[in-house]
Ligand binder design. Structure first.
Ligand code: CAA
Length: 256
C-alpha cells in the first residue's frame, strides 16, 4: 500500500489527506481507491463522528490524473468505470468537511462537491477546466455544480473552463466559508470538533435529508424530512438535547 492518502484520527475525527504533491494531488485510480477505502473505514468505525478531507497548501486536487486518461479509448473508459468509486463517496453517511487550499479543479472540484461543508483558504482556485483539454466534467461537475450554483454560473465555469477565486466561489454558494490562508486547516478541524459534540444520529439524518434535496421534488423532500425528524424522537439524543437545553447545561450525546 503506498501513501497517496495519509490518514490519522484526531479525537473522533477521521482525517484523510491527499498526498501526491508533485502532481498537485492529481487523482489517479489508485489514489481514488485508497481515498474511498479510507472514508469507508472511518464511516464504519463507531468511534469516528466525522471526517476531514484535505490536501496541501498548493492543491486540494488539480483534477483526475490526465496521464491515466490520455491514451485511453472509449472502451477503456467504459470498462474502467472509474466513477463507480465516486458513487461510494456519495454513500458515506457521516459528515465530511473539506479543507481546501490552492487548486480544486476538475475532479478536485467535483470531489470537493462530494463533501458536506467546505472551508476554503482565500488562496483556493476552483473550476471545471476539462473543456480546455477537449473533454467535459465526468464526476458530477455538470450536475452537482448546476444544482449548487445554478445554470448561469455552471455554464460559465463548465464552458469556459475558467478558474474562480475562493471569494467568488463563496458568493456563488460553492464553498461554505473562506478563511485566511494560514487558518484553513485549523478552521476545518474546528468545524469537525464542533460536529463531534452534536448527536451523531441527528447529523447523519440531517445530512441525508439535505442531500435528498438534490434528488427529489420539494413535496417529496419535505415529506422525507418530516419522517426523519419524527424518527429522531426515538433516540436518547433527542431527549438529552432537549432536557439539557431546559436544564441550561451542555448536552452529552451518546449516539443512541
Ligand atoms: N493530472 C496529471 N498531472 C497533473 C495534473 C493533472 N490533473 N495537474 C497538474 N499536474 C502535474 C503537471 O503535469 C506537473 O507535472 P510535471 O512537474 O511533471 O511537469 C505538476 O503537476 C505541476 O503542475 P504545473 O507545472 O502545470 O503547475 P502550474 O502551477 O504551472 O499550473 C495548474 C497549475 C493550473 C493546476 C495546471 O497544472 C493545470 O492546468 N492542471 C490540469 C487541471 C485540469 O485540467 N484538471 C482537470 C483534469 S480532467 C478531470 O478532472 C475529469 C473529471 O471530471 C474527473
Amino acid at each position: 500500500m503506498s501513501d497517496e492518502i495519509l490518514t490519522e484520527v484526531i479525537d473522533r475525527i477521521g482525517v484523510a489527506r491527499i498526498n501526491r504533491p508533485k502532481v498537485l494531488n492529481a487523482l489517479n485510480l489508485a489514489t481514488m481507491e485508497q481515498l474511498v477505502e479510507a472514508l469507508e473505514r472511518f464511516d464504519a468505525d463507531p468511534d469516528i463522528r466525522c471526517m476531514l478531507l484535505t490536501g496541501n497548501e498548493r492543491a486540494f486536487a488539480a483534477g483526475a490524473d490526465i496521464t491515466d486518461m490520455t491514451d485511453a479509448s472509449m472502451v477503456d473508459m467504459v470498462q474502467r468505470n472509474q466513477f463507480a468509486r465516486w458513487e461510494r463517496i456519495k454513500r458515506i453517511a457521516k459528515p465530511i468537511v473539506a479543507g481546501v487550499s490552492g487548486y480544486a479543479l476538475g475532479g478536485g472540484c467535483e470531489l470537493m462537491m462530494h463533501c458536506d461543508i467546505v472551508i476554503a483558504s482565500e488562496t483556493a482556485r476552483l473550476g471545471q477546466p476539462e473543456i480546455n483539454i477537449g473533454v467535459m466534467p465526468g464526476a458530477g461537475g455538470t450536475q452537482r455544480l448546476t444544482r449548487a450554483i445554478g445554470k448561469a454560473g455552471a455554464m460559465d465555469l463548465v464552458l469556459t473552463g475558467r478558474m474562480i477565486s475562493a471569494r467568488e466561489a463563496l458568493a456563488m454558494g460553492l464553498v461554505s466559508r473562506v478563511v485566511p490562508a494560514e487558518h484553513y486547516y485549523e478552521e476545518a478541524l474546528k468545524v469537525c470538533h464542533e460536529l463531534c459534540t452534536r448527536s451523531p444520529i441527528a447529523l447523519r439524518l440531517a445530512k441525508e435529508s439535505v442531500l435528498k434535496a438534490f434528488e427529489t421534488t420539494l413535496a417529496e423532500g419535505l415529506e422525507y424530512e418530516r419522517k426523519l425528524f419524527y424518527m429522531l424522537f426515538a433516540t436518547d439524543d433527542q431527549k438529552e438535547g432537549m432536557r439539557a437545553f431546559l436544564e441550561k447545561r451542555q448536552p452529552v450525546f451518546a449516539g443512541r
